[in-house]
Design a protein around this ligand. Structure first.
Ligand code: FNR
Length: 195
């Protein structure tokens, strides 16, 4: 089973990037192949159909391939104005847009259909960015992802990590592990093995 982990922030000291790091480290102990990507490593402009008509950026194609290759994902989303940030929306919009006359990516749903997605969020606030997840879930469902019912919002994120970047509170680690376990449980059952 291959698990993809990424955060919806490119900020240097992002809590969600720290949470994605901690999640990837926990998942590596779960007999799973973990790919942890940083959205900052993808050169993806703001979506514009005129720009797209000139050619889909190479990094969008690269990311479509990575998303497609992983049956299980965990997304760590920041909360901006009670929703998820533009970075995530823009990335998902590009990756779900069909590439005209392309042998592999003519189907916009291809990278999303059937993926099992676990949602985590982190925020300095008390609610941990939980409301961002309530907006992200319908977007993912619309793209035919299976959203795991188990989720976790890490509140007071500024106090949530130790000096090594690990989750300081064992209860938080337990909540993240529960999301990992459920995502892997479902992805193992929903993924048709390649013979
Ligand atoms: C925020 N932030 C925020 N936090 C929250 O818990 N609920 C919210 O609705 C918002 N709204 C919001 C709007 C805008 C425009 C900004 C810039 C910020 C604070 C946000 O959670 C905080 O900046 C986090 O640190 C962002 O996530 P990363 O980059 O640390 O992962």
């Amino acid at each position: 089973m291959k698990l993809l982990v990424f955060a919806g922030s490119t900020r240097k000291n992002s809590w969600n990037r720290k949470l994605a790091n901690a999640t990837a480290a926990l998942a590596r102990a779960s007999e799973v192949e973990v790919t942890h990507i940083e959205l900052a490593d993808f050169d993806i402009p703001m979506y514009n159909a005129d720009l797209e008509a000139e050619g889909t950026p190479a990094d969008v194609i690269r990311l479509k391939g990575i998303l497609h290759a992983h049956p299980a994902w965990i997304i760590c989303t920041p909360e901006y104005n009670a929703s998820y940030p533009a970075l995530l929306k823009n990335t998902i919009d590009w990756c779900s847009s069909p590439v005209k006359n392309h042998a592999d990516w003519g189907d916009g749903f291809k990278s999303f259909r059937g993926k099992v997605v676990g949602m985590l969020s982190a925020s300095p606030g008390a609610l941990g960015g939980l409301r961002s997840q309530s907006h992200l879930a319908p977007l993912l469902l619309n793209l035919h992802c299976w959203v795991a019912p188990q989720n976790f919002a890490l509140g007071h994120a500024a106090d949530a990590f130790d000096a090594e970047g690990k989750l300081a509170n064992p209860a938080s680690e337990k909540h993240v592990q529960a999301v990992i376990d459920q995502v892997l449980f479902a992805a193992r059952r929903l993924t048709i093995p390649v013979l």
